[in-house]
Design a protein around this ligand. Structure first.
Ligand code: ZN
Length: 400
């Protein structure tokens, strides 16, 4: 399924031409500018609406298939009892913004964040840097509490299923906050007052776009990746791609015994830029890993979760370092998810984000490896992955 097909489906139309006809556009079945403009609200999940005579929140909600509560949340500075004609309102539409049935490109990430920011204005979204090919790296902050936690996903390109995992959690959390509801049994408002959550849902957008089709053949990044992949002809292209588009494995690029990682990976044959396992020319040689370090220094989280997809385990140590409380919390994560709490194998135990965080902060940091099978994991695993991780993601806010 493509982006426009998702929008057509959400709009309840059988095909693009019929969608265009319903929108009063020429039913050409072609994706021109007017068609995209009409499709956009069905991707972002909101539209701007000018109040008409006789409108009130109940009538507007009924007309757009949403709720009065959602309207109040999306328009925090408007008084529902003092609407005036032509006043501009943000109207959330009656479906979840974050889709779980199509590959996550950077464009889709951007659309989701635009939509979530409009529907939940208490989310703060900013960029923490730029990728090697100039994609902005978004970070979302949510919560008012003094405890800080940082969750990140998609360091590795072909592990992009972790991006919708964090976004889906963000959407569920934001809705629960706005509805005074619960999240995995916890009061969302209590979590919101306790902790500030920092999310980096796609650390490696260039690499993700290579794997998910966001980059076309002939795009400069695609061409460069194709060239670097020739160093490693046995690795499938682009599905085997984990690195950024300069061929550096971002989760081997942190200053946590990086030289040791280099020695191990060179001995395994990963001595040149390529799809995976190349550590880079120096620690933090890449803008994506550098941005993560700067964000960590800025926010000084008490807990970090780094999402990956290799085998239903949780890694919690760096060498022999065991931050205080890390084992106990890790055991609770294991209990709510069914994942196993394990020590990292020696050969992959260095220069990762979690390694750097534990080494330099001595605070609990985890790598959560969701799912099983060949990367990229199929979206058919998504619901199970989400269910297993909802407890971890919520406990992180409650206990981190
Ligand atoms: Zn990974």
């Amino acid at each position: 399924m493509e982006l426009y097909e998702l929008a057509v489906k959400r709009a309840g139309a059988p095909n693009l031409a019929e969608f265009q006809r319903r929108e009063g556009l020429p039913p050409t079945g072609r994706l021109d500018g007017a068609a995209w403009a009409a499709l956009l609200p069905w991707l972002t999940g909101y539209r701007s609406y000018r109040v008409a005579p006789g409108d009130n929140y109940s009538r507007i909600a009924a007309r757009f298939g949403t709720t009065v509560r959602a309207l109040i949340t999306a328009n925090p500075n408007q008084d529902p009892l003092r609407l005036y004609v032509n006043q501009l309102l943000t109207v959330p539409l009656g479906f979840d913004v974050v889709p779980t049935d199509l590959p996550f490109t950077y464009e889709l990430l951007t659309l989701c964040l635009e939509g979530l920011a409009a529907r939940y204005p208490f989310l703060t979204i900013r960029n923490i840097g730029e990728s090697a090919y100039g994609r902005k790296l978004p970070q979302i902050a949510v919560g008012l509490g003094p405890r800080r936690v940082l969750y990140n996903a998609s360091h590795h390109a072909n592990e992009w299923i972790t991006t919708p995992l964090l976004l889906k959690f963000l959407e569920a959390y934001a809705r629960a906050v706005s509805e005074n509801g619960k999240l995995f049994g916890f009061s969302a408002q209590a979590l919101y007052q306790r902790a500030t959550l920092h999310l980096v849902p796609m650390v490696n957008p260039d690499g993700v776009d290579l794997v998910t089709g966001g980059l076309g053949e002939g795009d400069p990044g695609w061409t460069e990746a194709r060239r670097l992949a020739e160093n490693y002809p046995d690795i499938p292209f682009p599905e085997g791609w984990k690195a950024n588009l300069r061929g550096v494995d971002l989760n081997l690029n942190y200053p946590a015994r990086w030289e040791q990682a280099r020695e191990i990976k060179f001995a395994q044959g990963y001595s040149r830029p390529g799809p995976r396992d190349y550590v880079g020319s120096a620690p933090l040689s890449e803008p994506e890993s550098e941005a993560m370090v700067r964000l960590t220094e800025l926010t000084e989280p008490g807990l970090t979760l780094s999402y990956h997809t290799q085998g239903n385990v949780i890694y919690w140590k760096f060498g022999n370092l065991e931050p205080a409380g890390a084992r106990e919390l890790g055991e609770r994560f294991a209990a709510v998810s069914g994942y196993t709490l394990e020590d990292v194998p020696f050969a992959s135990g260095f220069a990762g984000y979690k390694d750097w965080f534990i080494l330099t902060r001595d605070r609990p940091g985890y790598t959560v490896e969701v799912g099983a099978g060949e990367n990229p994991l199929p979206l058919s695993q998504f619901n199970e992955i989400y269910t297993r991780n909802l407890g971890i993601l919520t406990l992180g806010l409650a206990e981190g």
